[in-house]
Ligand binder design. Structure first.
Ligand code: GDP
Length: 295
């Protein structure tokens, strides 16, 4: 995960290694390398600019410029600012009240939304919750079937829509079943389209307005880099999100989406998808990812 970025940053930072006192010019030159490493990793240019600005300001303080061993301080500053860029404090899931809590999953087709619905159900079940899965994707029967199969695999109940039911009715009925059966979380998989379209947005807005979910999570494919960030920005503007789940992170060497998405959208990353299996989901901790990036 993020091996390319990690290696490039290490090379850039190592230029400061074993150096004694650094002049402001030397610091700026070194930071240009870090800037390049981030841009090569497909991080949003404005995010890079802000990040480098913050790092530079701190590195030009007398504490660093007067230091005889500045390397450790610079690494610490880069780490802390990376944590900030990644979102600072980890934001857990909000399961709010009343029960059952509703978690609405949105995203483009292929982003990993259906798989993530099952991963999330499994995660919550392990935490002692009693989730129920439902698919409101009436346009793709295969997607409904896929979620049903995954639900069986992880032994989580699945609400099966009746023929002719509309998305709002499906979710309404699923919530009624959840209440009756003492389920405390309903995870709602919604329709995914190949591209953002108005009908898709309208449907999500309607679902959100009707059921007031405590979480509206966008599932986005990290491998799509800045395209994933742009998708998230549109969903945030049109629907309003409470968080993001970045999938396929284990295959992403660059990290452009992970490092940009929080600052561009204002939405925290809450989970990472790190594989195709149902247990390949990690709670997102900015500090942990920053630590991984800096090795
Ligand atoms: P949907 O169209 O958004 O519902 O996407 P699916 O859940 O059907 O997933 C699309 C593909 O991505 C499937 O082959 C999944 O196995 C795969 N996938 C989902 N999440 C991950 C992940 O975190 N890592 C990897 N490598 N593949 C994933």
């Amino acid at each position: 995960m993020l091996e390319g970025l990690s290696q490039r940053l290490e090379e850039a930072l190592n230029k400061f290694k074993d150096k004694g006192k650094l002049s402001p010019d030397e610091i700026k030159k070194g930071l240009r390398e870090i800037r390049l490493a981030l841009l090569e990793a497909d991080v949003n240019y404005k995010v890079v600019k802000d990040f480098i600005g913050r790092v530079e300001e701190r590195c030009l303080s007398s504490e660093v410029t007067e230091s005889l061993t500045p390397f450790q301080q610079i690494v610490k500053i880069v780490y802390e600012e990376l944590v900030k860029t990644l979102g600072g404090e980890a934001k857990g899931l909000d399961l709010g009240s009343p029960k059952p809590a509703k978690i609405l999953l949105a995203g483009l087709q292929g982003s990993g939304k259906t798989t993530t619905a099952a991963k999330l159900a499994r995660y919550l079940k392990k935490k002692g919750h009693h989730p129920l899965l439902v698919s409101a994707d009436i346009y793709r029967p295969a997607a409904i079937e896929q979620l049903k199969v995954l639900a069986q695999k992880i032994e989580v109940p699945f609400y099966e829509a009746q023929p002719g039911e509309k998305p709002l009715e499906i979710v309404q009925h699923a919530i009624e079943v959840a209440k009756k059966e003492g389920r405390d979380v309903v995870i709602i998989d919604t329709a995914g389209r190949l591209h953002i379209d108005e009908a898709l947005m309208e449907e999500l807005i309607e679902l959100k307005k009707t059921f007031s979910p405590s979480e509206v999570l966008l599932v986005a494919d990290a491998m799509m880099g800045q395209d994933a960030v742009n998708v998230a920005k549109t969903f945030q503007e049109k629907v309003g999100l409470t968080g993001i789940i970045l999938t396929k992170m284990e295959g992403d060497a660059r990290g452009g989406a992970a490092l940009s998405i929080k600052e561009v959208t204002g939405c925290p990353i809450k989970f990472l998808g790190v594989g195709e299996k149902v247990d390949a989901l990690e709670v997102f901790y900015p500090e942990r990812l920053a630590g991984r990036i800096l090795g």
